[in-house]
Ligand binder design. Structure first.
Ligand code: C5P
Length: 219
């Protein structure tokens, strides 16, 4: 562990997508690459934090020097996060599936000539950020993300209140921005104090700025 301003602090980071099973061979997923989450974990590590990195099946590898907990589903991610508490801060960068299939088929669903098409019924996944924001062992600083495609700041401010977190890192993930899966991010940091607009930056640089802010806050 480096001797930085976060030495002695334990920080939890969630990252990547979740996979929600349909049957033993099929799942529902999303386009999260895990790049921003991995970069945040690396930046916190570089400031000396002990980082627990709870990641769904992301295409970006986890950074070295952090404790990696690999999960697939939202329910597994929640369990892993709760098991990692207490923490001084938590950053929820994962793109958790909002819904999962209500009853996962025990066997591969078969295509049969003439049979009706399958219909998937969904149920809501646990909201990990909201759960931890109201947890008995709530970290002193809870940071959520808000990936939006319209009315980014208003939606993110409402999300901050609804989820009960301290900060929201809001970004526009409209396809035209190239942010989802791309190497850059343009974020707004929303806190009690208002809204800060950060310039469009490489994801590692967004991560370093966020880690610096977290270090200031925990100091
Ligand atoms: O509601 P929405 O998915 O837009 O909220 C995004 C924020 O909430 C992110 O920080 C994400 O990691 C977190 N989240 C979560 N569990 C969920 C859904 C979202 O932790 N089930």
């Amino acid at each position: 562990l480096s001797d930085g301003p976060l030495k002695g602090k334990h920080i939890l980071v969630t990252s990547g997508p979740t996979h929600e099973p349909i049957d033993p061979v099929r799942y529902i997923a999303n386009r999260s690459s895990g790049q921003q989450g991995s970069a945040i974990a690396a930046a916190l590590r570089d400031l000396g934090a002990r980082v627990t990195f709870v990641t769904g099946p992301a295409t970006t590898p986890p950074p070295p020097g952090v404790t990696v907990v690999a999960v697939e589903t939202a329910r597994e991610m929640l369990a892993a996060v709760e098991a990692a508490l207490p923490a001084d801060a938590a950053v929820f960068a994962a793109a958790v599936a909002d819904w999962r299939v209500k009853s996962e088929a025990g066997q591969k669903m078969k295509k049969q000539a003439g049979a009706p098409l399958p219909v998937l019924e969904f149920t809501e996944n646990p909201d990990i950020l909201a759960t931890i924001s109201r947890h008995a062992q709530r970290p002193a600083l809870v940071v959520g993300f808000a990936a939006e495609t319209e009315t980014v700041i208003a939606h993110a401010q409402a999300k901050r209140a609804r989820k009960g977190c301290d900060w929201i890192v809001a970004n526009d993930v409209s396809p035209a921005t190239g942010i989802m899966g791309g190497g850059e991010n343009a974020v707004h940091l929303i806190s009690d104090g208002g809204v800060e607009d950060w310039p469009r930056l490489p994801k590692p640089e967004v991560a370093r700025r966020l880690a610096d802010r977290i270090a200031q806050e925990l100091a």
